[in-house]
Design a protein around this ligand. Sequence first.
Ligand code: PPE
Length: 316
Amino acid sequence: MAMTKSEKIWMNGQFVPWDDAKVHVLSHVLHYGSSVFEGIRCYATKQGPAIFRLGEHIERLAYSSKIYRMKVPFSSEQIERACLDTVAVNGLQECYIRPLVYRGYAHVGVNPVGTPIDVMVAAYPWGKYLGDDALTKGVSVKIGTWARMAPNTLPAMAKAGGNYLNSQLLKLEAVEDGYAEAIALDTNGYISEGSGENLFVVMKGELVTPPMHNSILAGITRDTVLRLARELGYSVREMVMPRELLYVADEVFFTGTAVEVTPVTAVDRLPVGNGEVGPVTRAIQNAFFGIVKGEVPDRHGWLTRVPRSVAASAKA
Ligand code: PPE
């Protein structure tokens, strides 16, 4: 599963060719997971490429950096600009954008004081997260045997590289056992989220999703779906959920930048509802894709159009 390359990657304010975007093997981040990052999608719209909720993603990157006491040497405005420029310079219409803030090369040793804070932004094509048919047919998932991190261990609000060791354990287990994805419980045994996505349950016409205190990442797609569902007239609630609610739910779906809105049609080999993609999931998918693809008016101001040319200061 090689990734699709683009031409240039933004590193600390300069564009460098894709194959030259490298770090030293003694960089702090490689040894201790000291990074925070974002995943953002840019969609092809009739008015050209547009980035979905760019401001909110870069705001969360700032929160993640602050939690880990990383002083980012670029402003959020500069990083937003870097995202727009990286899409433009690579001539991309539809892509995934990956900004990363990391502790670079100075010394090895847990104490990060004195390591440089490096920033990079890459943009490249990325298709469907859980397979080509996932959005239309849904996916089969299991409850993972690894719990999400307890709240006083690793902060879930920070989208930090180290958190994804837990995600990798969940994902590897799921894939080895023949599932598309794992859903994790928190350390109290309540439903938390997937390895890289938030979770919604539809129960008797109402949408429910775990609150922040179940060790979830505060997903931007989750927030989007909460708002769109309310606008569609659904009752929506954050609720602490026991595992078995997934077995009796009418519908279940994942939300996330990479996964978008993906139906879950089986949990632990039990069909969700009748095992088909449900009507509420479809309604949410339609509302979501209508907005991100610019097919309906951007009434929330969620799209940032990518300018055709790159700001002169960013050229290298
Ligand atoms: N929970 C986790 C653990 C998570 O990683 C993501 C995004 C979400 C929830 C949804 O958040 P949001 O994208 O703001 O709606 N996961 C990103 C990384 C996936 C990857 O494999 O890398 C993503 O979807 O971009």
